[in-house]
Design a protein around this ligand. Structure first.
Ligand SMILES: [Zn+2]
Length: 175
């Protein structure tokens, strides 16, 4: 009987464990969290469109009011177009009037990396994807509350994942 009880307990526990993190098995990225994605330039060229490569890998800038997301207002999460890491939330997006999608903060600490950029005769802070070092845009100190920061990001560096019905940002379920 003891054995049966143990079996039963294991059986009952299994679906509970499975519910804890439904995303774990289906959509876990090949790189674990925090792990860097490092590809050669040739591999990036193959993986990205010309415009994505120009911005993400060559630190280009898309033309304002021309990108996909500057005037985009759906609820969801913006991911890196290079490595799919989640970078920004629609909850932190605001209309900056610049023609580029703008956010007050990254979706979580450590999602993006900062780098001092002295190109074009200006000193700015460049924003990179922390996982693949892809160029995203710049951060400025003229944003709205609560952070006072404006993360000015190229649409082409991002992909969007719409939030499913319900409050919590839903994990991707293996489309
Ligand atoms: Zn990335």
């Amino acid at each position: 009987m003891k054995r049966l009880a143990a079996l039963l307990a294991a059986f009952l526990a299994f679906p509970l464990l499975g519910c804890e993190d439904p995303a774990a098995e289906e959509s876990a990225p090949p790189a674990t969290e925090g792990e860097k994605v490092v590809l050669t330039e040739a591999e990036w060229k193959k993986k990205l469109t010309k415009e994505q490569y120009r911005v993400l890998r060559e630190k280009g800038t898309e033309r304002p009011f021309k990108g996909e997301f500057w005037d985009h207002h759906e609820k969801g999460t913006y991911h890196c177009a290079g490595c799919s890491a989640p970078l920004f939330s629609s909850a932190d997006k605001f209309d900056s009037g610049t023609g580029w999608p703008s956010y007050t903060r990254p979706v979580k600490e450590g999602a993006v990396a900062e780098l001092r950029d002295s190109s074009h005769g200006m000193t700015r802070t460049e924003i990179l994807c922390a996982r693949c070092d892809g160029h995203l845009g710049h951060v400025f100190e003229d944003g709205p509350e609560p952070t006072g920061l404006r993360y000015c990001i190229n649409s082409v560096s991002l992909t969007f994942e719409k939030e499913k019905d319900g409050d919590a940002p839903a994990p991707k379920d293996g489309e």
